[in-house]
Design a protein around this ligand. Structure first.
Ligand code: NZQ
Ligand code: ZN
Length: 390
């Protein structure tokens, strides 16, 4: 097992009614709040009114920054930073999914950024930064942004979508009832994202991290068990609660304790799809993951033991032919995504081959993916994109 460091300074209030901790969580940092949210789902669901009632009853001053896009744009970060500076904001309250929380993290750090162009902050590799305090109320189980320090920001003019470190939320309020209204499409995409986070950590060369591998297998099985329930019964509390709790842990780094990092190849490839075509992150991952798996298994059969373990421990498959078993586990994953209603080809999303070479080069910039579970070069990546077409 390799050395690792653990430091997640986020306090999570998990469960029904935990919004009762909102006012005390914010007051710790001041009274002037930037309220960030997305395209209006929180207004439709009534959560906006609930939050505003609490904030006004408790005497907070609220400045609003709504309209944050899925795949949040640099322009929203710039708008939020300007509002924070103009209104002398003490604390940011993000209410929404990963896009709103990510954008809010970049706003929080952007307030202290000294350069002229905030895109430079996004595009320059760094760890977490000095930032305004951030409190969030999570409304979609997917990214784990509620329990990590990273964020992903897009610049559609440059066709770039880049992840970076910004800040950990100080407090995340995770009430599964707020996810009852998430559409089937976003519920399935969010669960695919959770599964992908675990794949990026599980598929590692390190063979002896029992805790990490056990957590990964538990998260896989929970996702597989609970997604169909949440799709059939959107207000099933137990299913939504299980999805929400695995969302937070999946991207926290805990499932990779003691393991060699994989460079997150499917995420690198997916961010290019979103940067060029603005697709839903989890959908891109669901399409890519089984194709990536088959490609690396064929390219380097010495990695087959991991796939055999995946087939046995996650899908409960058995058999003596280990190659067949390895591929059968991948087939099960692909069928699971398809049965969840996710469009499973790039063609269905209207994506063709036109940008594959450019996307592959950027996904693999600096030879990044030569250190992944099985090394990938640009040609491998183009092949994987091509396999995703149909
Ligand atoms: O914008 P609104 O109106 O709020 O609607 C959203 C949006 O249309 C809707 N939604 C959210 N909660 C809802 C709801 N609709 C009904 N009821 C609710 N309770 O769902 C749509 C998608 O929301 P979004 O926030 O974009 O989804 P998600 O949480 O999947 O976030 C995706 C973003 O996070 C990044 C992705 O790349 C993408 O940009 N990621 C962030 C990570 C991180 N910070 O660690 C890691 C991930 O790998 C990922 O890259
Ligand atoms: Zn992801």
């Amino acid at each position: 097992m390799l050395n690792f460091t653990h430091n997640i300074p986020t306090r999570i209030y998990f469960g029904r009614g935990q919004i009762s901790h909102l006012a005390e969580s914010l007051r710790e940092f001041g009274t002037r709040v930037l309220l960030t949210y997305g395209g209006g789902s929180i207004i439709k669901t009534g959560l906006y009114d609930r939050v505003m009632d609490i904030l006004s009853d408790e005497g907070f001053t609220v400045i609003e920054c709504g309209g944050i896009e899925p795949n949040p744009r640099i322009e929203s970060v710039e708008r939020g930073v300007a509002l924070c500076k103009e209104h002398d904001i003490d604390v940011i309250l993000a209410v929404g999914g990963g896009s709103t929380i990510d954008c809010s993290k970049a706003i929080a750090a952007g307030v202290y950024f000294e350069g002229d162009d905030l895109w430079d902050m996004v595009a320059t590799r760094h760890g977490v930064l000095k930032a305004l305090p951030l409190v969030d109320i999570l409304t979609l189980s997917a990214t784990g942004s509620e329990y990590d320090g990273g964020g992903v920001i897009s610049n559609m003019k440059l066709n770039q979508k880049l992840g970076n470190g910004y800040t950990f939320p100080a407090v995340s309020i995770c009430d599964p009832t707020y996810t009852f209204t998430v559409s089937k499409y976003q519920t399935a995409a969010g669960t695919a994202d959770i599964i992908s986070h675990i794949c990026e950590e599980y598929f590692s060369r390190t063979p002896d991290s029992d805790l990490a591998d056990g957590i990964c297998e538990t998260v896989f099985k929970s996702a597989i068990r609970n997604l169909p329930i949440a799709l059939a019964e959107p207000d099933n509390y137990e299913a939504r609660a299980n999805l929400m709790s695995i969302s937070s842990i999946a991207c926290s780094g805990i499932p990779s304790y003691g393991k060699q990092g994989s460079c997150w190849p499917c995420h690198s490839m997916e961010h290019e799809l979103s940067a060029f075509y603005d697709i839903t992150h989890g959908v891109g991952l669901a399409i890519l993951t089984p194709r990536w798996m088959r490609h690396i298994l064929k390219k380097d059969p010495t990695c087959a033991w991991r796939f055999v373990r995946f087939a046995r421990n996650v899908w409960g498959l058995d058999g003596d032919d280990e190659t067949a078993l390895a591929f059968a586990g991948i087939d099960r994953l692909e069928s699971f995504f398809r049965e969840s209603g996710i469009p499973m080809t790039l063609s269905e999303l209207g994506i063709g081959t036109e940008h594959f070479a450019k996307m592959a080069a950027h996904a693999n910039r600096g030879g990044l993916l030569k250190n992944s579970f099985v090394a990938l070069d640009d040609e491998d990546i183009i092949r994987i994109y091509t396999d995703c077409l149909n």
